[in-house]
Design a binder for this molecule. Structure first.
Ligand code: MEV
Length: 446
């Protein structure tokens, strides 16, 4: 008997064919699911073809909200920031934080470096001293052979910055690395870096096989992998806010600015001490960062992976943000590596990513780094402000309630009454449904 849950040639089926096979084998109500999945196809066939081209085996589109957090003042320039995220409260929190800091001098941001990294990992059994002796010759050759790939990037002001030959045989027998750094200007640069690295690997192979310094036993090299590293600690941006403690104002429940600043700094300190808290703290930062990274067509997995390695660079996973109060000044800042692009990849291909970038004034990659870091800091500020004052649930529950009401098709009037009713009650799917049912019954019996 054939197992209907497996298939050969799925990728060759038409889109309809793929959905048909899936609904018939994995869903209880095939016709309904087929109709639903197809209802999310773009009505413009050309646009749908473009979306399908971003991936493989596509059957439909998975929608996420495209929101905007206005009023971000960064280095004196005002931005409306596009955000793609499915978690309620994130955009509202970013917007509220942006407004808060707009009235207190805004965000300051600076790019501290733009170095990207790539490695050729290889095994070689030769005499490392010989390799060391001819390393400069090798590096010159590596640059020469990669020139056809690097010329254009060099014309734009970027290219290969540095190449290192690293002996790692103390970690693993015969293990060496070519480690290179790159400036990829306004592109994220993954394709550029990987192409250069693959060229490096070919040159290395030829060089070791033919150089007179090596004996026959040293002519063989095993190239293991040639790939960029997503850990780019020197592609770094810093975003900060500051104001006199007194200018922070008053917080819910009559909490004074001084108490707020103390609790806030303690919360950040805890995120430096305790990895459990640090993870959630940084997750809050990435709520903002990922949302802008996705909206601008950048690679959020790369940004996340890099950020978390950076957060663990001391040997312990810690907060990415810092806070202090000195001489009556509250300061809050974030240092984070962000390898972003504003040309190439999805940034221009994805129609909405294009609009996101236009909304931001078509920034350079450096400017985008500063925007994204500021949004991460804003998000972190909003989360900590809630946590050390009202608690997170008050705001979350308001959003949660709005989502549940929308799910049940509540009218505007029902929404207004529900918000008052649930002010001091627990919001859950069941409690809102029961309240709506009771309320609707009451209305019909009136
Ligand atoms: C929720 O998505 C993010 C927070 O948990 C972040 C934090 O705790 O700092 C609120």
């Amino acid at each position: 008997m054939s197992d209907k849950k497996t298939i050969t040639g799925f990728s060759k089926l038409s889109k309809r064919g793929k959905i048909k096979w899936l609904v018939e084998n994995f869903f209880k109500d095939p016709e309904h699911v087929m109709r639903e999945l197809m209802s999310y196809w773009h009505h413009d066939e050309e646009k749908q073809r473009l979306l399908d081209g971003f991936s493989e085996n596509t059957i439909s589109n998975f929608m996420l909200p495209f929101g905007v957090a206005p009023n971000f003042s960064i280095n004196g320039k005002t931005y409306a920031v596009p955000m793609v995220i499915e978690e309620s409260s994130v955009v509202a929190a970013a917007a509220s934080s942006a407004k808060f800091w707009l009235e207190r001098g805004g965000f300051q941001a600076e790019v501290l470096g733009v170095k990207k990294v790539g490695q050729v990992h290889f095994n070689w059994k030769g005499d490392a001293r010989k390799l060391d002796a001819i390393s400069e010759e090798l590096k010159t050759l590596l640059r020469q052979d990669a020139a056809s790939i690097t010329t254009k990037m060099e014309e734009r002001g970027g290219g290969i910055l540095d190449i290192e030959l690293i002996n790692l045989t103390h970690l693993e027998p015969t293990y060496f690395q070519l480690k290179a750094t790159f400036d990829t200007c306004d592109s994220m640069g993954a394709n550029f870096i990987n192409s250069v690295l693959e060229e490096f690997a070919k040159t290395l192979d030829r060089f070791l096989a033919t150089h007179f310094i090596f004996n026959d036993d040293e002519r063989d090299v095993t190239i293991l992998l040639s790939i960029l590293s997503n850990y780019t600690p020197e592609c770094l941006v810093r975003a900060s806010v500051e104001c006199p403690v007194a200018a922070l104002g008053e917080f819910p429940g009559g909490m004074s600015a001084v108490t707020f600043a103390q609790k806030f700094c303690a919360a950040v300190r805890i995120a430096h001490l305790d990895p459990h808290r640090a993870t959630t703290h940084n997750k809050g930062i990435f709520n903002g960062i990922d949302a802008v990274v996705i909206a601008t067509g950048n690679d959020f997995r790369a940004v996340e992976a890099c950020g978390h390695t950076f957060a663990a660079r001391s040997g312990r996973y810690q907060s990415l943000s810092h806070a202090s109060v000195e001489d009556g000044i509250f300061r809050f800042w974030l240092g984070i590596p962000l390898a972003l692009g504003t040309v190439g990849g999805l940034t221009k291909l994805h129609p909405i990513a294009g609009y996101s970038l236009e909304m931001l004034g078509n920034p350079s990659a450096r400017e985008l780094m500063m925007i994204v870091a500021s949004v991460g800091l804003a998000q972190n500020f909003a989360a900590l402000r809630s946590l050390v004052t009202t608690g997170i649930q008050a705001g979350h529950m308001k959003m949660h309630l709005a989502n549940i009401l929308a799910h049940f098709g509540a009218t505007e009037e029902e929404g207004t009454t529900a918000r008052v009713y649930f002010e001091d009650k627990t919001v859950s799917f069941t409690s809102v449904r029961e309240w709506l049912e009771a309320n609707r019954e009451k209305m019909t019996t009136l």
